[in-house]
Structure formats: structure tokens, C-alpha cells
Design a binder for this molecule. Structure first.
Ligand code: NAP
Ligand code: ZN
Length: 378
């Protein structure tokens, strides 16, 4: 057996880590472009204030680009890169959920390479400005991954830019920024983090003993936390927030090695066509995906994943996901056909303990819209 891991990000975790470790930022350059979401959350949750204090302390100047929408488009990245060039930024700092972090990564590519959209999508670049990531949701793990996920109207889906150079050099994870995260975003992002761990654990091609370890630990931490999110007396203390952020980091490290598989690929279609937030889309698919694996594979990892996460079985898992993510949407026949063909074209769906045939993907899409009632499988 041979395997590789590449975890180049220096991660700082805990309260006040940005200001306490501002010297690390000094090594990145002399002018930063700070990339934010357009909703202004980074201004309210304290992350931007801390960053500005840190940059002032080390006399690094900065400009702000705060136009990133959810599920960012390639066009937004191009606009951000124009600002980075105009401001002569020599490094990029993303603050926010996966959307601003992924936009920051794309901007870091486009700001330094004289390439158009097609060359960008074809990964025709070799230089990238240094990237710093400050996550304020606990879900995507983008602070440590080589992925930037952008909405591409040309393919009617979301497109993965995958390149080792876009793995952030520094990541500052301060759970305080996530304390005020709304219930709905906390649930969607927590399910996304859990989905990363589960999918990584079920990958067969690129997994390593290290990715397994990361995925199992992420599920052990995130399983009880996402169950907690479904309880009526919903209240998250600092320790719960820290667990979610740490679990999300581990999930991000796990998918950095293995990639994701069927739920993420199908989920991109649900997000694109039905405007369902990324993590919630995964959560709507996960039960049917688990039933599919159970039907097609006797792999012991299926039961182990549920056990490690603290679930009694697949029925309990399905009920929790329904409670957290709600009923899947109604889709037209045309939409279902597009979901099937888009998912079927993605090579990563075969990186899964149960290798699907086209008919399986058709059934999966059908059952995401109406999950089978037979719960006696586990
Ligand atoms: P998001 O789209 O970044 O943010 C969702 C919402 O939460 C936005 O309204 C945002 O406001 C708000 N928000 C963020 N932090 C907040 C805080 N601390 N307090 C209050 N509100 C806050 O959501 P996300 O789920 O984190 O990211 C989803 C994106 O990441 C998708 O595009 C997905 O495809 C991608 N993704 C990437 C990877 C990867 O490895 N690169 C992995 C998984 C998913 P603002 O508008 O102010 O930001
Ligand atoms: Zn995800």
C-alpha cells in the first residue's frame, strides 16, 4: 500500500488567535486584499476587527473586497481579481464561510496569472498569491483544502477548481466568530462537515490510513454535535462551537486526501437548480446514499461510521437528517434527468465503497425525492 498526504497549512486554533499570532501574517506580504461575503457578517462577528487590528500592529496595509455572494460565481472572482491587481495586493485573506474562502482562492489565482476564464477552468496556471483563511462557519473546511467551488452557468452546476497551490498557507480558527451563527446556517454547515467526514471515509481510491483517522475522529466529534442541533432546547456553548469548528477542520483535511463522492456531486445540482444551501443539499441526499451503499456493499465501514458517530442505525440517521434538513424538493422529470446526467459525468462518484451504475444514480435521484420506507436494512 502506498499513499500521500499534503497538509501545508499552518493552523492556529482558539480564542484571539489572529491578534496573538499576527507575526505570522507579516511573512505573507506587504499588502493584503481582504475578501468578505456581501452580507456583512465578518463585520458583525468580530473577525474583521481582529484582522484589522493585527494588520495595523504589523504595519501591513489592506484593501477590502466585500462582494462575495453565496455559492460564488466565476464572475465575482474575476471582479475580485481586478481589485487585487488595482490595489497591488501581494496576498489574499478570505474571511467567512466557504463562499468567501473559495472566492479568495480563485482571486489568488486570477490576480497573478494573465489568463481568461477557460484557461482558469482548465487549470492553466502555475502561480498563486499566498492565501490566508479565516473561517466563520463550521462546515466547509475550505481553510485547509485544495478546492475552490464556483458556480458555472455554462455547465449548469458548480465547478471544482482543484490545485495544491490554493491550499491556504495560514488558517486562523477562532470559535468566537461562530457564536452568533444563525440556527439555520449552523445546521447546514454542521451537516456539510459531517458529510465530508462520512464521504471521505467511504472513498476507495485515494484514501490513506491518515484520511481514515481524520474522518473517523471528525465523525466521532460531529455526530453528537449534529444530534444536539436537532434538540428542542437548542443552545450551543463555546465548547460546542469549538467542537463543530474542529470537526469541520478534520473533515476538510480528510477530503483533501480523498475528495468527496456521490452526495456532494448530486448536491451541486440541488443547489444550482433548487437554490438549496450546500450542506442542506448534502443532508437531503445522505440517507438515500447510505441505503444505496447498504444495498450494494457489505463493507463493514457502513456500520462502523454509524456507530462511531453515535447513531443506533440507519433509521435513526435518516430521521435526524430529515429533521435537520427537511423534505427534499419536488423536481420535474427534466430536472431529474439533468441531475442524473450531471452526476453520472463526475468521475468522483466511482470513488465510493459501492461503485454505482447509471441505473443506481437514477434510483438514487428518484429516492432523494421520495426515500424508500423500508428501514429494516440496518
Ligand atoms: P456561506 O455561503 O459562506 O455563508 C452562508 C451565510 O452565512 C451567508 O449569509 C454568510 O454571510 C453567513 N455567515 C457566515 N459566517 C457567519 C457568522 N459567523 N455569523 C453570522 N452569519 C455568518 O456558507 P458555507 O456553507 O460556509 O459555504 C458554502 C460554500 O462553500 C458553497 O459554495 C460550497 O460549495 C463551498 N464548499 C467549499 C469547500 C471547499 O473545500 N472549498 C467544501 C465544501 C463546500 P456573509 O454574506 O456575510 O458572508
Ligand atoms: Zn461540502
Amino acid at each position: 500500500m502506498s499513499w500521500q498526504n499534503h497538509f501545508p497549512t499552518k493552523v492556529f486554533f482558539g480564542s484571539h488567535v489572529i491578534v496573538d499570532n499576527c507575526a505570522a501574517l507579516k511573512t505573507m506580504g506587504s499588502k493584503a486584499l481582504v475578501v468578505l461575503g456581501q452580507g456583512g457578517s465578518a463585520r458583525r462577528n468580530g473577525a474583521l476587527d481582529d484582522l484589522c487590528r493585527a494588520l495595523d500592529q504589523i504595519a501591513v496595509s489592506y484593501a477590502i473586497f466585500d462582494q462575495v455572494e453565496g455559492n460564488p460565481s466565476i464572475e465575482t472572482a474575476i471582479n475580485g481579481a481586478c481589485v487585487a491587481k488595482k490595489e497591488q495586493a501581494d496576498f489574499i485573506i478570505g474571511i467567512g464561510g466557504g463562499s468567501p474562502l473559495d472566492a479568495a482562492k480563485a482571486i489568488a489565482i486570477l490576480a497573478i496569472n494573465p489568463i481568461g476564464e477557460q484557461e482558469f477552468l482548465a487549470l492553466h496556471f502555475d502561480r498563486v498569491l499566498p492565501i490566508v483563511a479565516i473561517p466563520t462557519t463550521a462546515g466547509t473546511g475550505s481553510e485547509v483544502t485544495p478546492y475552490s467551488i464556483l458556480t458555472n452557468p455554462a455547465t449548469e452546476s458548480k465547478q471544482r477548481i482543484i490545485h495544491p497551490h490554493i491550499i491556504p498557507r495560514l488558517a486562523f480558527l477562532d470559535p468566537r466568530y461562530t457564536m452568533g451563527l444563525p440556527v439555520r446556517v449552523t445546521i447546514d454547515t454542521g451537516v456539510d462537515a459531517y458529510s465530508h467526514a462520512l464521504e471521505s471515509y467511504f472513498c476507495i481510491n485515494k484514501l490513506s490510513p491518515f484520511s481514515e483517522l481524520l474522518a473517523l475522529e471528525a465523525m466521532r466529534i460531529l455526530g453528537p454535535e449534529i444530534k444536539n442541533l436537532a434538540s428542542d432546547s437548542w443552545q450551543l456553548l463555546y465548547q460546542n462551537r469549538a467542537n463543530l469548528l474542529y470537526g469541520s477542520l478534520l473533515g476538510g483535511m480528510a477530503i483533501s486526501v480523498t475528495g468527496t463522492t456521490i452526495p456532494h456531486t448530486l448536491g451541486f445540482s440541488l443547489t444550482y437548480f433548487k437554490d438549496i444551501p450546500h450542506g442542506r443539499a448534502n443532508g437531503m441526499i445522505l440517507p438515500a446514499y447510505m441505503y444505496f451503499n447498504q444495498r450494494k456493499s457489505a463493507d463493514p465501514r457502513i456500520k462502523k461510521a454509524l456507530r462511531v458517530s453515535g447513531f443506533d442505525g440507519l433509521k435513526q440517521f435518516k430521521e435526524l437528517m430529515r429533521e435537520l434538513c427537511g423534505q427534499p424538493p419536488c423536481c420535474s422529470r427534466e430536472e431529474k434527468e439533468i441531475f442524473v446526467s450531471t452526476t453520472w459525468q463526475a468521475p468522483n462518484i466511482f470513488n465510493n465503497i459501492a461503485v454505482p451504475e447509471r441505473q443506481d444514480i437514477e434510483q438514487l435521484v428518484e429516492s432523494v425525492v421520495s426515500l424508500p420506507r423500508n428501514d429494516s436494512l440496518v
